[in-house]
Design a protein around this ligand. Structure first.
Ligand SMILES: NC(=O)c1ccc[n+]([C@@H]2O[C@H](COP(=O)([O-])OP(=O)(O)OC[C@H]3O[C@@H](n4cnc5c(N)ncnc54)[C@H](OP(=O)(O)O)[C@@H]3O)[C@@H](O)[C@H]2O)c1
Length: 256
């Protein structure tokens, strides 16, 4: 019996944004480990160079995702240096400080939506134009959040919740538009994982960690390695019939 569980990515070219730390750093290594060439993008190039030194298939790519021209240039570089683009992981993300919405700075709100949602659209569209020319399909993976599915409050973060909720429905819309080109578009909605973004929640045994344990069915935060399987399912030929979906990897946060 031939199993349809081929998670290898040999010959594929991927872009991962937000690769200088946390989830994107891990995802770059996971995709490269499975055989993909990876353009690892972020603003902190020194960190990307350290990452690139861990695998000959990982290449550092300076990019501020708030700048459309730099996103277009990422796809151009993938094609110029590696001949194609097959996988885009829209992972770069930022958040607003915990602030009641009535006092939130509108400029900060717009910036968070720009980085977390608008940039995902611009990069996905640039990559899709190339994937359509290649005529071999592709996979776009948007890193959303449980707070794109349910409210963030009591950690009041209106911009973060709005941007991630928008990203979840953008995922459906792009999947619907590009299915005819065999470009699959899916999202992963993580619960809480310890990274620079969430480090304030993980200080000691304090309120943050207790809050995570109380609200997660499995009673603990996630380990970064627990995102590897969902990533590879969506990126590889093991997931060729999955599109328009958001997979919550949240220890049951959204099941209640
Ligand atoms: N950790 C969690 O519990 C959790 C839960 C749900 C969703 N997520 C999502 O997962 C993604 C990764 O977050 P993380 O937890 O791994 O946080 P992280 O360690 O703080 O990483 C965030 C990454 O985004 C990059 N970034 C931020 N602004 C950028 C910009 N303007 N241009 C380019 N890159 C930018 C940062 O790189 P530079 O600063 O070097 O540019 C960094 O590599 C985010 O979308 C986040 O919302 C995380």
């Amino acid at each position: 019996m031939a199993l349809t569980t081929d998670f290898r990515l040999d010959g594929r070219v991927a872009i991962v944004t937000g690769a200088s730390s946390g989830i994107g750093h891990r995802f770059s290594q996971v995709l490269a480990e499975q055989g993909a060439v990876v353009l690892a993008a972020a603003r902190r190039v020194d960190r990307l160079e350290d990452l690139a030194a861990t695998s000959e298939r990982i290449h550092a790519a300076a990019c501020d995702v708030a700048d459309d021209a730099q996103l277009e240039a990422l796809v151009e570089r993938a094609v110029a240096d590696h001949g194609r683009i097959d996988i885009v992981v829209n992972n770069a993300g930022t958040t607003d400080a915990v602030t009641p919405a009535e006092h939130e700075d509108p400029a900060l709100f717009r910036h968070v939506v720009d980085v977390n949602m608008n940039a995902c659209f611009v990069l996905a569209a640039a990559a899709a134009r190339q994937m359509i020319v290649q005529e071999q399909g592709g996979s776009v993976i948007n890193i959303a959040s449980v707070h794109g599915l349910v409210a963030a409050a009591p950690n009041a973060q209106a911009a973060y919740a709005a941007s991630k909720g928008g990203l979840v429905n953008l995922t459906r819309e792009l999947a619907a538009q590009w299915a005819k080109h065999r470009i699959r578009v899916n999202a992963i909605a993580p619960g809480y994982f310890e990274t620079e973004l969430t480090e304030a929640m993980f200080v000691g045994e304090d309120a943050g960690l207790r809050y995570i344990r109380r609200n997660t069915l499995l009673g603990r935060p996630g380990e970064l390695a627990e995102l590897d399987g969902p990533l590879l399912l969506l990126a590889s030929d093991a997931g060729t019939y999955i599109t328009g979906q958001t997979i919550a990897v949240d220890g049951g946060w959204t099941a209640r």
